[in-house]
Design a protein. Structure first.
Length: 87
């Protein structure tokens, strides 16, 4: 049986928590990226350390602007399930 993506993979998908995913065809795979990118810049955790930083800006319309963007104080960025609140 062949899978027919049809309109299903042309629309933004949303779950009951309000997380919206945008499907894209990338190098032979369907990739689902969040409509609102995860932003963990304000999170602190002394148990997590890293030697290198990797940031995926491949879906950004303006990667350089997103790299240098500083969140506003009253901004509440998406930290999807960082506190492990999903059941």
């Amino acid at each position: 049986m062949e899978f027919n993506s049809g309109a299903f993979l042309e629309a933004t998908l949303e779950d009951r928590r309000g997380v919206r995913l945008v499907p894209r065809w990338e190098r032979g795979l369907w990739v689902f990226r969040p409509d609102e990118p995860f932003d963990w810049r304000r999170l602190t955790n002394s148990r997590i350390t890293a030697a290198h930083l990797v940031v995926d800006l491949s879906a950004s319309e303006d990667p350089l602007a997103d790299w240098y963007a500083v969140p506003d104080e009253d901004d509440s960025p998406l930290a999807f399930n960082y506190s492990r609140t999903l059941v």
